[in-house]
Design a protein around this ligand. Structure first.
Ligand SMILES: Cc1ncc(COP(=O)(O)O)c(C=O)c1O
Length: 404
């Protein structure tokens, strides 16, 4: 018993070295040529997709939120496994389509879409999740000019919030979506021949581990969609997602089966007008966070003020979230281990190579002793890692990424 915390799917070999997808971390680094290196284990992601399918009511579609990890190889892998991609920019849309996802299974949400992004989505046949009355007017004008029909769903800022979320994205004053009490007025515009009304998108929050809160948000979202449709055919409702992952020791992994059972009840009780509606859940981190590991190498070890510091060649420029600087109030340790051995232990701080006190990958950790040259593995690195970090800050090299 070492006290190391590792997500399911990772283990050590008999020599105490970390195995990722059946090979040692050192083998993968040798393949890549250097550290820092992100590895994403496709078997772990596939297991997530299977678990979702088994847990959710039949017919509920699974969408992948590309923002969590837009690596082209990962998208190509996911394209054959999930039912749709949700994107947040024209850049993500291009990647989604290049990965092989059919345009009519791609939706584009996000405030501040530029006219050229609206035109690109309309031309491709991607569904726009419209965030305001102004955006709807711009999308319609663009479609009219192009002689095309814009596929549109209204993104609704619901009058409720997803309680206990790491990030709240609904309820109250928000830049996201159209306030529910303003949406009814826009529904009359859905008869415009330039618009192809696809339904609603209701995203209330993310990183949530509370079954009851998720179930309640889903139940309320279905009721809200029915109310706003007011008898109009409703092809699709995107119920958002928010399924969280256990980053910290006190976090308990989400009981997705319980969320699925509650959703089955809510769907069984839905108004008759929604009988033929397709429901989708969009997930980012729950599908990919635990599949990713970030490998760095110890370049220095030192003592200061009685504390041990292990200085690595990685840092917040690749893995901002793990340093507690990406929307976290209190900094807590992500799971982190010495990937090179599992011998005698010490208490150490693991820091990155950036010249800022913010660059702390782990504080006061109980670790197998860190020697210069050892590999450090930081888990939960599959979502909001490289592309959610200030890579250009201080001019260090970009990390490498491998889908394994
Ligand atoms: C609209 C929308 N969809 C999906 C996501 C993905 O959330 P998560 O990665 O927590 O599943 C987010 C995250 O902020 C979002 O804003």
């Amino acid at each position: 018993m070492t006290g190391d915390r590792m997500p399911p799917g990772f283990m050590r070999d008999a020599a105490g070295r970390l195995l990722v997808a059946g090979r040692t971390a050192a083998d993968w680094v040798a393949d890549a040529g250097d550290t820092p290196l992100f590895l994403y284990d496709r078997a772990i992601m596939d297991a997530r997709v299977r678990r979702f399918r088994a847990a959710m009511p039949k017919g509920v579609r699974l969408h992948y939120a590309v923002k969590a990890n837009p690596l082209p190889a990962l998208l190509a892998h996911m394209a054959g496994r999930v039912d749709g991609f949700d994107v947040a920019s024209a850049g993500e849309m291009d990647r989604a389509l290049a990965a092989g996802m059919a345009a009519d299974h791609v939706s584009f949400a996000g405030p501040g879409k530029r006219d050229r992004e609206l035109r690109a989505a309309i031309a491709a046949g991607v569904t726009l999740h419209v965030e305001s009355a102004g955006e709807l007017a711009r999308a319609r004008a663009a479609a009219q000019l192009m002689g095309a029909r814009a596929r549109v769903a209204l993104r609704i800022n619901p009058p409720f919030e997803l309680k206990g979320s790491g990030m709240r994205m609904g309820g109250g004053a928000r830049p996201f979506g159209i306030d529910a009490d303003q949406a009814a007025a826009l529904m009359v515009e859905m008869d415009d021949p330039a618009l192809d009304f696809r339904g609603f998108h209701i995203f209330a929050g993310s990183q949530n581990l509370d079954i009851a809160a998720l179930a309640e948000a889903q139940r309320l979202s279905i009721a809200l969609a029915a109310e706003l449709a007011a008898g109009r055919p409703l092809p699709m409702v995107n119920l958002g997602g928010g399924f969280g992952v256990p980053y910290f020791p006190a976090d308990k992994a989400l009981d997705v089966e319980a969320v699925g059972a509650a959703l089955a009840d809510s769907l069984a009780a839905r108004p008759a007008g929604l009988a033929d509606t397709i429901f989708a859940i969009e997930l980012g981190r729950w599908l990919v966070a635990e599949a990713g590991v970030y490998l760095t190498r110890i370049v220095d070890r030192k003592l200061s003020g009685g504390e041990r510091f292990l200085v690595t060649d990685g840092g917040l420029h690749h893995q901002l979230a793990a340093t507690g600087n990406f929307g976290t109030v209190i900094r807590r340790n992500y799971p982190l281990v010495n990937a090179s051995h599992d011998g005698a232990r010490e208490t150490a701080n693991v820091v990155g190579c950036l010249c800022t006190p913010l660059d702390r990958l782990g504080e006061k950790l109980d670790l197998a002793q860190g020697r210069v040259g050892d590999l450090i593995a930081l888990f939960m690195a599959g979502a909001y890692g490289r592309t959610a970090s200030p890579e250009a800050f201080l001019g260090h090299p970009a990390p490498m990424e491998l889908l394994v």
